[in-house]
Design a protein around this ligand. Sequence first.
Ligand code: WT7
Length: 633
Amino acid sequence: MNYQIQTFDEYQAAYQKSVEDPEAFWAEVAQNFHWRKPWTKTLQWNFDEPNVKWFIGGKLNITENCLDRHLATRGDQPAIIWEPNDPHEAGVTLTYRMLHDQVCRMANVLKRNGVRKGDRICIYMPMVPELAIAVLACARIGAVHSVVFGGFSAQSIADRINDAQCKLVITSDGAFRGGKEIPLKSVVDDALIGCPSVERVIVMTRTRTPVAMLKGRDVWMEQELKQVTADCPAEEMDAEDMLFILYTSGSTGKPKGVVHTCGGYMVYSAYTFSNVFQYKENQVHFCTADIGWITGHSYIVYGPLANGATTLLFEGVPTYPDAGRFWEIVDKHQVNILYTAPTAIRSLMSFGLEPVQKYDLSSLQVLGSVGEPINAEAWHWYDDNIGKNNCPIVDTWWQTENGGILISPIAGITKTKPTYATLPLPGVQPVLVDENGKIIEGNGVSGNLCMKFPWPGILRTTYGDHERCRQTYFSTYPGLYFTGDGCLRDEDGYYRITGRVDDVLNVSGHRIGTAEVENAINMHTGVVESAVVGYPHDIKGQGIYAYVITDQLPDGHDADLTKRDILATVSRVIGPIAKPDKIQFVTGLPKTRSGKIMRRILRKIAEGDTSNLGDTTTLLDPAVVEEIKAGAV
Ligand code: WT7
């Protein structure tokens, strides 16, 4: 690839060009890929509808770029190194040739089962090579994948399947995650009771958990794979054909299906992978995210493979069998780039240095952080003890809707500053705005973070509801894409993301809407009303604090059991990741006379800061605040 920036001067020149002539800039980057047919117009856009199209008329298949074109030059190089949950189980290394072969076979399995270009496929799988293979198999034949993270409930899967009208589900009997075994197929079975669009379920054997297999609907992946050849020509896709849908939470309503398309997403995920991490030939890249999130899509699967990189896929969790697991993997596979989340770093910090010192980490050259603001303590611990003050840390800020990293240092090239995502990548034009939507110029300022120009990886729509896309991202500040994040720009022009300014929580790097959690709590029998806010949590970044009004408690269910009942309800409705950390029963909520809950007050109390609650005179019933303060948990 010919687009890797080598010096800070080159970064500045690239940035300048990308702003002065974005079309020429991205056209040049896009030349590095294999297009069946070139595009005729590089960009067409407006942020009002919104309508964004990149590489118009271009034809391609992303799997030809991720697989076929590497066969001649690096067919025998590892594409995927798989490390299983149990360190004693043998891993798997797939070369580019092997991966190509397996993707083609899986694609033929999909075709055999009636999948055609444009069909939506739900994937609910553990972190095994077959997950990456399933994703690429969809892309091979132009089917649209919708990967659902293995921690979501049956109800959440059903909502996502129904929203996208998925025709087929790919899953496994179960998943190993640390010491736990999760019965994925059984969860899918529960989901499918309410999903009439699903005609077929393909089930991989992983845990050998007994599973129900419904004749006519459910088939075994292993059996299916025996019926096909490895010959599967890639479907020719338009640059703006849909590549995938990925659901993500917002401040209102159910999660939205963020839509990414083939051409722009490929160019952007690949360009940012190469540049931010400064990936060099034969390095091993280890991104610890799950493929169920955008980080896994862009920096385990598509970005690395489009660059012919070796990507490591880890099935387990950082603390199993012990807190040295990441470091053991780094040592064992001679990992060069480690990309993880602040929550993982903070959790591992709490185990001290012994688990780190047992392993040789000298292969590491670049460290990455993503998902939430990284606090100074975690940044320095990572720098001192993992990077041994010898590896640049790239604090990468971006979102599901962005397709790839937007603000980040370029490893070894941009001077870093702890807790700062530093500078925008080429093609990215951030602006800070005040509450009135006025752009705040100059340095040493803070405001709401927006983008004023499209980059190739920007979302195109939210599936099935374009108006919601406009409303959510493009209407708050007309003419701008609004990120939902607050941000400061310091005297050096460096950006520091301070966190969400809307009702979205970031719990262990997972994005959860407060409204979603409230809806789940309100579904519990006996709950009258609830209000959910975030509070600072040492490990998770944010914890979930729920204020709940109930009817009389049911017979035999005291407050403690009722709290646990509510957690069970939230687990059922959304999944265990959305369970509140704290529940406080209250008799009323602080509301204005117009009935609006004053979350500011609830946030303060949840933070444990009750000294200055600000003006409470506009409240309908100021006395309720005293009661809530007194009962804070
Ligand atoms: C939200 C997006 C695609 C990244 C994984 C999460 C927060 C993400 C950072 C960072 C501060 C960050 C923001 C953003 N966030 N990275 N480096 N520093 N905050 O993707 O689930 O779409 O969440 O995560 O608040 O809006 P996501």
